[in-house]
Unconditional design. Sequence first.
Length: 315
Amino acid sequence: MMTPDAVSRIDRLTHVARALSQEAQAIQANLANAERRFQATFQHAPVGIAHVALDGTFLTVNPRFEEITGYPAAMLMRLGFQQITHPDDLDADVALLGRLHRGELQRYTLEKRYIRADASLIWINLTVALVRDERDQPEFYVAVVEDLSEMRQAHFDAVHDPLTGLLNRRGFVVRARALLRQAAETHRAVSLIYLDLDGFKQLNDSRGHSAGDRCLVDVARLIEDMVATRHVVARMGGDEFVLLVDEEGAELGEALRIGLMTLGGAHGGVSGSFGLVTLIPDDDIELDSIVARADEAMLAAKRAGKNQLVTTALL
């Protein structure tokens, strides 16, 4: 028969065991809840999330990452991030991964392009961090991906003409000021060409606005085909176009005039009056004053009989 002290000790041990069991159950429940919350976050996050091995292969991806890239998870595991990254963006990404791996960065953020499963390109904002193991050795990367398509499209729409795809007035101002700054730093000549179409109103009146729109689009393509990509080309509104080129542009202006005469044959004889200003910009030059001078030269071409190029210099 147990003594009262033995019974008391057993009761205390039983109480401790029960308390430990309840604590263990609570810990397990908390761990299970934490795992459920993590899985819910991973599966339903509005951004793409991926765990990436040190060699670039995907370890796991969430559904949003699949949506952004257009690839199912199984295919992504076979491809790795290098295969879906645009070649022009890969070197920058790999260089930043190297710095992250060496401990020079805690994380990095990069805007780059993915090549989607349908071969289309998508701009994304990528943030990458490195996870280390218990020995503080690199184990894997965590990548968070945001789709920038809508934001970039909204920015594009804000600075481009919806009909021709050229820069609009707002976009022209931003790009032209940047080009003028560069030219001022290098003391390089630039030319601004102002074009107003001749006979465009008659085309609209006789053939309708759809014919006028087709003419504007064809003029825009003609200009794009004849100028270098570094130059700034914009539709300022109506039938007016402006070009800012980082060179003396008289030869280009004349070539555009002749090209427009040829194109105009398909659009009721439309031609163009061109005004051109050439200058070496400095820090004090105002874009508005250059545009105004080119506009004056264009009006002089109109008064002189149209389908002409009038030049003025501010060298």
